[in-house]
Design a protein around this ligand. Structure first.
Ligand SMILES: [Zn+2]
Length: 126
């Protein structure tokens, strides 16, 4: 993935402004997966631009969760012969729970990238 694109920042867990600092310090499936830095260690960008900024990430999280649910329903339909209603429910619940750290972090990274632009090297010199 090319540096400078929003997808780079989202998939590589990088600051949306300089693409160097890591907003989330710990690994995706570690106990501290939700812990965020306040500012970027490289360019000083404040991740939570204003109070309650990350409430908006819930809309992104909702969309991601619906996408996971639909994926799990389709996967169950394709992979399980004659699936029962319980099989669909189990697949959706397990899929959503397993993906919680990814949807949480992904939604915040996507939300930050809506409002911040990549500034490249000039952000690091300031
Ligand atoms: Zn930065």
């Amino acid at each position: 993935m090319k540096k400078g694109t929003k997808l780079y920042s989202i998939f590589r867990n990088r600051c949306p402004v300089c693409h160097e600092g890591r907003p989330f310090k710990h690994g995706v499936y570690s106990p501290g997966f939700a812990k965020m830095e306040e500012t970027c260690e490289c360019c000083g960008h404040k991740y939570e631009i204003e109070n309650g900024f990350f409430y908006g990430a819930m809309y992104v999280s909702y969309a991601l969760t619906v996408a996971i649910m639909v994926s799990m329903i389709v996967a169950t339909y394709v992979l399980v012969p004659n699936p029962s209603a319980g099989a669909y429910i189990a697949a959706v619940v397990i899929g959503v729970i397993v993906m919680i750290p990814i949807t949480f972090r992904g939604s915040r990274l996507i939300w930050m990238n809506f409002f911040s632009k990549y500034k490249g090297k000039e952000s690091l010199e300031a």
